[in-house]
Design a protein. Structure first.
Length: 197
């Protein structure tokens, strides 16, 4: 996909701030240090559009990126971080539930998982929760450049088994360092957004 325009249009902390409008969107979900900002910047070919944070769990808003004046990426807060108070986590949980349960523009979720490790308990819980709410999920296995290519299949199999991945959900092996998987990820996301095969 050719990216002609990409800009962050709002960081929303409450449901009433979610942007209106007809544009389809995919949500990007993953653990705090899984490489979500790098994924966004690589996919949009924009170096500093999504800020990479030195403090995992720092993203406390849902960030809407408007792309090609046609669709949105929605960067949701990373899960699995502990340095947030219980009350903050609960408040966030309610905002996230509202988003995932009620957002009509949401066409699917990209869940990022570090290919080097088996999915964490948080990864499994998130995937199960998304499937419970009947969202299509694209798994993006990040940091593929950190392990030898010959081991990718073994690690992908490990992710599939741990998540008990539904047959309709795909996995893309991805590296923001090399661009590996970028085209395939765009193909799968276009399918979610517009029904394009």
């Amino acid at each position: 996909m050719k990216i002609n325009s990409a800009e962050i249009i709002i960081s929303a902390a409450k449901p009433h701030q979610f942007p209106a409008g007809p544009f389809p969107e995919v949500a990007l979900s993953g653990r705090s240090n899984v490489g979500k900002s790098s994924f966004i910047n690589t996919m949009l070919a924009r170096k500093g559009l999504a800020r990479t944070s030195q403090r995992p769990g720092k993203t406390q808003t849902l960030n809407w990126y408007f792309i090609n004046e046609r669709f949105h990426f929605v960067d949701v807060p990373g899960y699995g971080y502990a340095k947030v108070s219980k009350s903050e986590r609960e408040a966030w949980g309610r905002v996230m539930e509202t988003y995932f349960q009620e957002r009509e523009q949401l066409k699917g979720v990209v869940q990022l998982i570090d290919i080097r490790h088996k999915p964490t308990e948080d990864d499994v819980m998130m995937y199960d929760w998304l499937k419970h709410h009947e969202h299509p999920v694209l798994i993006v296995a990040t940091k593929a450049d950190k392990i030898p290519r010959g081991k990718w299949d073994k690690h992908v199999k490990q992710i599939k088994e741990h998540l008990e991945l539904h047959t309709e959900d795909k996995i893309v092996v991805f590296s923001s360092e090399t661009g590996q998987g970028k085209e395939k990820a765009w193909k799968e996301m276009s399918n979610l957004l517009f029904g394009e095969k």
